[in-house]
Ligand binder design. Sequence first.
Ligand code: SF4
Length: 360
Amino acid sequence: MARTDATATRGESEPLLSIENLQTAFFTDKEVIRAVDGVSFDIERGETVGVVGESGSGKSVTARSIMGLVDSPGRVLEGSSIRFDGEELTDKSEKEYRSIRGGDIAMVFQDPLTSLNPVYTVGNQIKESLRLHQDMRGAEATEEAIDLLEAVGIPDAARRVNEYPHEFSGGMRQRAVIAMALACDPELLICDEPTTALDVTIQAQILELLDDIQEERDLAIMFITHDMGVIAEISDRVNVMYAGEIVETAPVEELFANPRHPYTEGLLNSIPGNQPGADRLETIEGDVPTPNEPATYCRFEPRCPKAFEECTRVHPEPVAVTDGADDHTAACLLYPEDVSEAEAVELHERRGDGEEVTDR
Ligand code: SF4
């Protein structure tokens, strides 16, 4: 993890990316799926923000919403705001979005083969990005493509630049995709489970590579994964997502030392080796529900070991946890801790009604 100055500058200037009340829904004949339901967070320049949660928590749809890649029957709803470098992206036309995508913001997916075209050499695909986004051509582009392959740790890059994707191993392909993303000289790199398909050794190498690249280029990274171990390695801050909502956010050390939301506790308890002496690995029973109705209650309630009656009728809003850092919030009716349960529930209710209520 690159401990950058980003955390120190948090709040001092406008963040590189600022998401406010992002809502992305899919409209089918049968139901409306609120895949992302009121998500807000910032990413500073040079910062790595991890987004963690099980499948179906809304992580990838959040990323696709930022990239302007939500396909019908889905759409980003009115009232959502995605500000990048001071500009509102939700107002952009598809044409305007195209120059941002792959330019200022680039994305690396889990399966490198979705980004690589099997019929073109790796070098030609990197050169195409260089032509489109940096107006670079000919020998200059070839040189740059070789430099980029070297920068992502591909040995014998001058020869391999002429090879096809099938001639690369899985780890090498993911490196090539990262090189393609860097060819656009982005300010923000969104990585959606980029190491999930790789074995642990290669995974560690890719995380190290991202760390080095970030330090060199002062790149902001949004890193999506379901793996808490990977989150610990790479993030400065962490957003924990569940059923379309962010349920806890904190700097990474704080989150691991002092998790407050029962879902985060469950995720941490299910990391192998985190429960020394335990006979069996703890798991969170059940599945993430499909968020197909407005959140007028806690969506984690059916799986929550700490649930109480009010959890089925009051929607928990994010509040600062009492003894954690100021930038540590949890969306759970158990907080704030320094008031009675009834007072905490009332605070969440009033917030949900749009009242401005301080946490204490
Ligand atoms: S609001 Fe209730 S059900 Fe939801 S996480 Fe908190 S205690 Fe559990």
